[in-house]
Design a protein around this ligand. Sequence first.
Ligand code: ZN
Length: 363
Amino acid sequence: MPAATPADERRGDAPAPGTIVAPGLVDAHIHPDKSSWGGPWMSRKPAASLADFIANDLATQRSYTRSVEERAHALLSTALANGTLAMRAHVDVSHELGTRNVEGVRAAAERLAPWLTVQIVAFPQFGLLTNPGTLEAMAASLDAGADLVGGIDPLGLEGDVAGHLDAVFGLAERAGRDLDLHLHDGGEDGLAQIREIAARTAAAGMQGRVTVSHAFALADATLPSRAETLDRVAEAGLWVTSCALGDDPVLDPALLEQHGVDYALGSDGVRDAWTPFGTGSMVDRAHLFAYRTGAMTDDALERCYRAASVHGGRLLGIPELAEPVAAGAATRLEFAGESLAQVVVDRPAPIAVVRDGRAAPGR
Ligand SMILES: [Zn+2]
């Protein structure tokens, strides 16, 4: 048990002047198995297409000399020190990789278990229908540390919407697991896939248990069926996650709330073959989300903190991370500052990270 900190001694009291008490951060979408975190600087090759990125990713993963567990533990430890108390990790599973990345991330997570909850999605990054043997590896990974079933671009990568959705919904239903699909596909094709996922979610009685990650098509205001699609998403209890990435489309939180759509924020890749950016800090990610969506008022800035915290807590089903917290709460963060809006702009590291009354390592 770590020694009590000054923060613990204040439990039950009002926060010290100049201290903000905030709910723990939740990273709703991250890829720890791909990350180079904690190792030497990695130079990246250019990529012009999704196929290029995927080829670079596979080559990079093969070139790492540090294990999945070592790299993932380095990133998870940094995220925890920056106030992340839960995350949903999309971890590669394929015919070639088998379940080894899932086992590595699960081993890393167990070393931080009292403080950090890690949900693992079995993610078919290298194709499912297009990479025979991957569905079997995904099923095996659910017995090797994965919690959810993943999916990826049924049309853009797989070229078979019905076939891909039959496979991932079928596995999720057979195994009794939730589902979280990557969908980069844009345009009306992207929206049509989102409506199909919503329809299948409702038909399977999986309201609240299916997430579409990225959902770039929902960020395109020029698409005629966007508003109707947002309504279908809300009716089916489908979650969406956004990551405020580079020049990729970012979902508008005000629009999502107007349509009653549940959403949460994630990091996506951190210093991997896909991007040189990322810090593992969800305060940084809330800042990027605020910047990319033009947050101006304190309300708009604080909404970005909620997207990076309590929304993710609801998505992951963790009660102590799903609600605002008061001073003295057993699970909480503390920041130096005047308001959460200021925290989102200034991006400080937390001065206290406490889960169930225990200060996190390094805090
Ligand atoms: Zn991702």
